[in-house]
Design a protein around this ligand. Structure first.
Ligand SMILES: Cc1ncc(COP(=O)(O)O)c(C=O)c1O
Length: 401
């Protein structure tokens, strides 16, 4: 590359970055100087109540989870320096795959380095140009990317719209196999997919159902199995993908869980599994300990739902508008992008860590701060957060009378 070409390349990147900053779309990283938790210490030394982690069950910074990961490291070592099928599979990986299958009510499970990889590697080995993938318009980016890597015909239905899903199933009628794909829970709004209706439509049109349970595994449903338990359709979902990086411990790692033929084929053909290093034993061991704990007691899941119900009720009482629902993702609607930014900055000054979302991440005019509850939040912390909401809301004139 000539010097001239190089300098055009780098200055072009700089211009694009400047443009992102001008549009308010540049994402700076917040640096923490502490463990993840309901309270964190920022690099500038301020202590903040954290309301924006996917730490639903509060396990990310927990001592017993860290201990389980250290024990697994001591027993199995730091890493494998191998993909799974060469010499990268240990008993702890097989135990974790069995434990996930038992927890979700499936036959078998395959581990990945991330749910992004699970979604990226699930479609291409299972479906080809004779088949149809029918996907919710607001599905996660990793599902969209996974579908792009597959030759199947693509059909998109309007978000959470069962009439449109049925129309797309009819449009795909001549395809050999059809699979409906949806996030179990959509993380921007906390919307829970209508899996009962989706399964009925799947039965009517002979389609498979796949769900992404990243914002559900561990706490949705009566015993935390996920959205399929919440909607009483356990056993009717064909493929489940999920993460170990949110409620189930919070480190990283993902999985696909399904019938054994599906998992067997993924082990043979799924590219992020075949061509990427095995999950670190520390994560596998700690995830196993987490699943054992969650199978014994619903205490954390129950506390999370109590915190969610309390916060949802109180934030509305103060005079904020939220998206209705029951999920621990609570979008507090501020509608206007600069207001959402100003509000999040003021909350930071008041000791609360929150993230603001605005167009194009959410539709125009739907700017918000997204609160995420955790089982680790104490009532005192939630009351302090609500007080800060009231103060910032009053200062900015945002409260409904
Ligand atoms: C719905 C959904 N799917 C997949 C992922 C990717 O998960 P991971 O962090 O394990 O790659 C995320 C994480 O943001 C998610 O929210």
């Amino acid at each position: 590359m000539s010097d001239q070409a190089k300098s055009t390349f780098f200055s072009g990147l700089q211009q694009n970055l400047d443009q992102l900053r001008d549009q308010g779309l540049y994402k700076p990283e917040r640096v923490l100087a502490s463990r993840q938790g309901s309270e964190v210490v920022a690099q500038d030394g301020s202590t903040l109540i954290n309301m924006c982690a996917n730490n639903y069950l509060g396990l990310s910074g927990e001592e017993w989870v860290a201990k389980a990961s250290i024990e697994a490291t001591e027993k199995y070592g730091y890493g494998l320096s191998s993909v799974r099928f060469i010499c990268g599979t240990q008993t702890v990986h097989k135990q974790l795959e069995q434990a996930i299958s038992k927890f979700l009510g499936t036959e078998d499970t395959i581990l990945y380095a991330a749910a992004f990889d699970a979604n990226g590697g699930v479609f291409e080995p299972l479906f080809d140009e004779n088949d149809a993938i029918i996907s919710d318009a607001l599905n996660h980016a990793s599902i969209i990317d996974g579908i792009r890597l597959c030759k199947a015909a693509r059909f998109r239905y309007a978000h959470n719209d069962m009439a449109d899903l049925e129309a797309q199933l009819q449009a795909a009628a001549d395809k050999r196999h059809k699979v409906i794909v949806t996030d179990g829970v959509f993380s921007m709004d906390g919307t829970i997919a209508q899996l009962d209706k989706i399964c009925d439509l799947a039965d009517k049109y002979g389609a498979l159902v796949m769900i992404d349970e990243c914002h559900a595994s561990g706490f949705m449903g009566a015993t935390g199995r996920g959205t399929h338990e919440h909607h009483n359709v356990m056993g009717r979902i064909d493929i489940i993908t999920g993460t170990l990086g949110k409620a189930l411990g919070g480190a990283m790692g993902g999985f696909t869980s399904a019938r054994k033929e599906v998992i067997d084929m993924l082990r043979q053909k799924s590219r992020p599994y075949l061509f990427s290093n095995t999950l670190a034993p520390s994560i596998a061991g700690a995830s196993l300990a987490v699943l054992e704990r969650l199978s014994q007691s619903t205490e954390l899941r129950d506390r999370l739902h109590e915190n969610t119900a309390y916060f949802r009720k109180e934030i509305e009482r103060i005079g904020f508008t939220i998206k209705p629902g029951t999920h621990p993702v609570v979008p507090v609607m501020l509608f206007d992008a600069p207001v959402a930014q100003k509000f999040a900055a003021r909350m930071y000054e008041l000791g609360v860590l929150l993230s603001g979302f605005f167009y194009p991440v959410v539709p125009m005019g739907q700017a918000r701060v997204r609160v995420q509850l955790s089982a680790a939040h104490t009532r005192a912390q939630l009351d302090a957060v609500l007080k800060a909401f009231e103060q910032a809301g009053t200062e900015l004139g945002l409260l409904k009378k």
